[in-house]
Ligand binder design. Sequence first.
Ligand code: EPU
Length: 338
Amino acid sequence: MEIKKDFSLKLHNTFGLDVKAKQYIAVTSTEEIKHILKRFYASELFILSGGSNILLTKDLEKTVVHLQSQGKELIEENENQVRIRVQAGENWHQFVLWCIEQNYGGLENLSLIPGCVGTSPIQNIGAYGVELKDVFHSCKAIHVQSVNEEEFTKADCQFGYRNSIFKNKVKGQYIITSVDFLLTKKNHQLKTGYGAIQEELSKPAYHGEVSIKTISEAVIAIRKSKLPNPKEIGNSGSFFKNPIVDLSYLAFIQKKYPEVPFYQIDEKQVKIPAGWLIEKAGFKGMRKNDAGVHKKQALVLVNYGNATGQEILNIAHQIQKTIQKEFNIQLEAEVNII
Ligand code: EPU
């Protein structure tokens, strides 16, 4: 394991921010992680995975541990299902494509999400009507103090909307080393209910075929049409969570904006798209220097080249302040601000 000093993280965060780490170590196995945890105090370390859900606002006076473990392993299978163990450093989208090639169903709606497998449970990644928890079996994680590897079942993880125990009760206490997925081998549960998927699949290019492969292709096409490719324009996907409000509050907003979109969560609450609120507040497409709000999806903050994390954070704060004032809603960042 080579320790690099004053290492630029520009290529290792999808916002493309040129922030330096005091030290940087790439690790490729659980043994290497354990070795580092025994050598450093946990408080001296910063654990980096795909870098797709962080906004780095300053240089890191820590040792960055970059998780790069690779590997997929079939743990068990029967006629209908397969359980696959995937190492934390595997690229998420490449793993999804591999599953589709094997005809393993369950992850197709989660195509083209940036990041790595190991961080997927932390915020229970979700898109187009599917969340990670729907296919999650368990994960292994090392406790940073005891350096023991422990197993977390689905119930242990306490998954919620963009939420899990790893963001709450045990935040910063564990490093996830592998994730087990339960996937279907036949009778796949195809989920096309999310508006845009059906519309996309009805295009002639799909020849009326509805399968895990075409759903993945449709999701990729939809995402490409509205979300900026981090390789071209730095971004971290949705910057904020969609706020959850009571039905009575929705009715209040509807008086002024009868067209407000919403997703029903239960009999009492709905989620309002933060992108819609931000657009209504006039921020869509705004730009200050190289920091801005994406033209096609107001929920995505972008770095056009040389923005600093602080400039992006300033826009985020300005958005939060305005939405609070105009809608009396507190937008919560989905991205981790460092
Ligand atoms: N909308 C606007 N203006 C905008 C953006 C959106 O009016 O600038 C409206 C749309 O017209 C639509 C609604 O908001 O009626 C929802 O938009 P969209 O379907 O694009 O989804 P979203 O709620 O903005 C969520 C996830 C995305 C995920 C999509 C699809 C969150 C915070 N974001 O976005 O996740 O891909 O649904 O399932 O829940 C991510 O987490 O990084 C991410 C991209």
